[in-house]
Design a protein around this ligand. Structure first.
Ligand code: BGC
Length: 789
């Protein structure tokens, strides 16, 4: 990946083109979205702040805010960004002016140095301050707000160290002095993921606001929330544990070579609620409001219920209602809470009520049996017993709202054994009779691998080569010729060129800073009218050498629990894609927050697959509602760590894969029909994502019915197909059903493109013409869909 690193470094050094563009209507909608995602975790009455009471603001993040994380998902040239302190001053809210000036001058004199790709600062050096200065500030005002900020990103995991996941000694000292001298102290955390909050046990802060990176309107939204101009609309999309070590992945995260997912399906709240409720500091789904609500549940059928929410407080607000299922333990063992549905109310005035209706299919409650213990190996199964449903305001404050009893085990969907681990390891399972369960361990079954036979029996028929008939792509688009006829006239070289990008980022066919082009990569293809397709990062904004909108990051959006809002933002993304000539947005990212230290968590939604799947569906639907624009969901799959990400192997059971790590993708594929999907850099049970026929062909295409395009993440690793010695690199990839290598050419080659595809063509068990045509057809089908909207 060195090539990529250099390339990006060059790009970073280049000037931004054009001028920023302010659009009040769009800014207002991003501002609302950011406020809907801010989570109020603690409030002993200090918030909202009074605009006429003087407040002292501490911490350089008041000026140098983190609007987004780092890397391809963050490197956006936003039209504008103002800092929280600028927003406070601009609105004339009473604050400790000399203190604000001290910070402003210091920040101006100590700018954040430019950094190389992957070497970004997780925290900025803090302004030195004395206890005497804090005491002086307290003479001017009774209340203080401390800003804490962190950002990590691509190729850079967070670290369990001060200045990273933990506070620095200087930050602690500041907390100590401010809580000593000020009667009232609130803290704002500006971050892309979960940070250690154990310091709450030591310092008497009265209020805690968790603001996940909120994009270019982040500071305006934060100030709106701090002063009560907007409600804190967010609810946590992840559990905040008491200590890092409390996360069940903590002992098996960060290894450069491989990580065994020993916690299995017990990720996030599924672990805490089942085994260790006492380890939770803030519950999944939790968030306070400036008003209060009462909830009344009523089961309306075995698979539906209604919840009436009434605003019992004194301010207008919205509540998020969450429905969880507790399936019977059965033979498989199960998490005692599983999110199955959620809705957010409209803004409710004091005294106002709204009744929300929830329904789900029984299949939603099924588990994946990867052992055969239920009698249904490699199948989705409903085990007999009592299913309980809880509805409420977070994972634990959700009373029993309904039940359903199943008399006999039921097969929901027979699948096959795919993508399991080659070696066994121990995985967690509940032990004992009562909640919380004891932590038992059982061996993970190893995979029964039948990939060679699967591939050989599914080889596509080749379309016989007709020679050039000058059928134009436009004729296919108009329905005057078939796709097959068009493909039949293409040479192997042209077919090969359709299965890879042009070979570089920043294609001259698109706007400056784009991520690469595919489609009409050869002059002869373009002469036939094959379009050039321009891709751009994503997911929080268009990463270009032009000014573009910067939206709240994915985790922030998940905290809004608001599908409609996310769909609207997706639509505005799509509109900007039209303006910038981007055809495919490389997002949303939808990997699971397995561990709070994963550097790219800010690009992903949640620890929960349903919330991730629904949010991604809303984003995809929004983007693709704009004609000719596509979303590319990524990274398929288990890209849950950045350390050695191109080589790391995520080892996990088929059950964890299906129920947790693939589930969100499945929901999104089935609900929203993304036109493109990107594989991941990492290996999944010993096979790189870009070679994973079991994930891509067997599960994604055959079982879920996905008919879109599959592209690699940028570049791939050279490798020989273990089942077919004549097949390697691009041929291995095409055999897996991964249609397009992006941005094209291998890092391992000489710059002329990887010859492995054509070299293996026609060899014994080598790649077949039909396989190359199959991927080429996917590219052309994609182009047709783009054209048809
Ligand atoms: C990232 C992708 C991104 C691509 C293009 C890769 O390094 O993993 O998420 O879309 O680069 O910039």
């Amino acid at each position: 990946m060195e090539e990529r690193v250099d390339h990006l470094a060059q790009e970073v050094g280049q000037a931004v083109l054009g001028t920023p563009h302010r659009n009040p209507e769009r800014e207002a909608s991003f501002r609302r979205a950011a406020a809907e995602s801010i989570v109020l975790l603690k409030n002993e009455g200090m918030l909202p702040l009074d605009k006429n009471t003087c407040t002292s603001f501490f911490g350089r993040v008041q000026r140098d805010y983190f609007y987004v994380g780092y890397g391809s998902g963050g490197d956006v040239n936003a039209h504008h960004c103002i800092s929280p302190m600028e927003a406070v001053a601009e609105r004339g809210y009473c604050h400790n002016e000399p203190l604000a000036q001290t910070y402003a001058q210091w920040c101006a004199q100590n700018p954040i140095p430019k950094s190389d790709w992957g070497q970004w600062p997780a925290a900025y050096p803090e302004m030195p301050i004395t206890e005497e200065a804090v005491r002086q500030a307290a003479l001017a005002s009774d209340q203080a707000v401390i800003f804490l900020g962190r950002a990590v990103g691509e190729a850079m995991d967070n670290r369990p160290e001060p200045g990273w996941y933990y506070l620095t000694a200087q930050e602690r000292q500041l907390l100590g002095w401010v809580t000593t001298w000020f009667p009232h102290c609130a803290v704002v955390v500006d971050a892309g993921g979960i940070l250690d909050l154990s310091w709450l046990e030591e310092y008497p802060v009265e209020a805690l606001v968790y603001a996940f990176h909120g994009g270019m309107e982040a500071a305006n939204a934060l100030v709106d929330v701090l002063y009560g101009d907007a409600q804190p609309g967010g609810r946590l999309a992840d559990t905040i544990a008491r200590r890092y070590a409390d996360y069940p992945s903590a002992d098996h995260f960060g290894d450069p070579d491989f990580n065994e997912y020993r916690e299995d399906i017990y990720v996030g709240y599924r672990y805490f609620e089942t085994f260790a409720p006492e380890k939770v500091r803030f519950l999944f789904g939790f968030g306070l409001s400036y008003t209060t609500f009462s909830l009344q549940n009523r089961q309306t059928s075995p698979f539906s219920l209604q919840v009436t929410v009434t605003n019992t407080g004194h301010r207008t607000g919205r509540q998020v209602v969450q429905v969880y299922a507790q399936p019977p333990q059965g033979k498989l063992g199960k998490p005692v809470r599983n999110l199955i549905a959620f809705e957010k109310t409209a803004p409710l005035a004091p005294g106002q009520s709204q009744t929300l209706a929830f329904s789900w299919k029984p299949e939603t409650l099924a588990s994946f049996d990867d052992t055969g213990i239920t009698g249904y190996p490699y199948a989705w199964v409903l085990e007999k017993g009592e299913y309980r449903f809880y509805a409420g305001e977070d994972v634990r404050n959700a009373p029993l709202a309904g039940c359903w009893t199943l008399e006999e085990d039921r097969l929901v969907e027979q699948c096959s054994s795919e993508a399991g681990p080659a070696q066994s390891f121990l995985r967690l399972r509940p032990e004992g009779e009562n909640v919380p369960f004891g932590e038992g361990a059982v061996p993970v079954p190893v995979e029964e691998n039948h990939r060679r036979e699967e591939i050989l029996t599914q080889l596509p028929q080749a379309i016989p080569f007709t020679g050039r008939r000058e059928i134009q792509w436009e004729q296919v688009a108009r329905g005057e010729a078939t796709l097959e006829e068009f493909v039949a006239q293409l040479t192997p070289e042209e077919l090969e060129a359709l299965t890879r990008g042009e070979g570089r980022m920043d294609s001259s066919f698109g706007i400056e800073g784009n991520a690469g082009m595919f489609g009409g990569t050869l002059p002869s293809l373009r002469e036939l009218g094959v379009p050039t397709v321009i891709t751009t990062d994503g997911p929080a904004g268009l990463r270009l050498r032009h000014y573009t909108d910067l939206l709240p990051c994915a985790t922030a959006l998940a905290c809004s629990w608001d599908r409609e809002l996310v769909r609207t933002l997706g639509n505005s993304f799509g509109e900007e894609m039209v303006r910038m000539g981007s055809d495919v947005l490389l997002g949303p990212g939808m990997n699971i927050h397995r561990d709070p230290l994963c550097g790219r968590n800010f690009e992903y939604y949640s620890e929960d697959p349903r919330l991730s799947g629904e949010m991604a569906s809303a984003m995809v639907a929004g983007i693709q509602s704009v004609p000719g624009r596509s979303a590319c969901i990524k990274h398929f799959a288990c890209n849950n760590q950045e350390t050695n990400r191109e080589h790391n192997d995520s080892r996990l059971s088929q059950r964890a894969l299906r129920e947790i790590y693939l589930k969100g993708f499945e929901i999104c594929v089935k609900q929203a029909g993304p036109k493109v999907l990107m594989t991941s850099y990492n290996q999944i049970n010993g096979v790189w994502g870009h070679y994973h026929s079991q994930l891509v062909t067997q599960i994604l295409r055959q079982q879920w019915g996905y008919d879109g395009l599959v592209v690699t993440d940028w570049w791939m690793q050279p490798e020989q197909d273990p089942d077919f010695p004549n097949v390697y690199n691009d041929a291995y990839r095409i055999r897996a059903g991964v249609d397009v290598l992006m941005p094209g050419e291998g890092e391992h080659d000489t710059g002329k493109g990887d010859s492995s595809l054509l070299t293996s063509l026609g060899k014994e068990n080598g790649i077949t013409l039909g396989e190359i045509q199959r991927s080429a057809m996917q590219v052309l089908k994609f182009c047709l869909r783009q054209k048809l909207g």
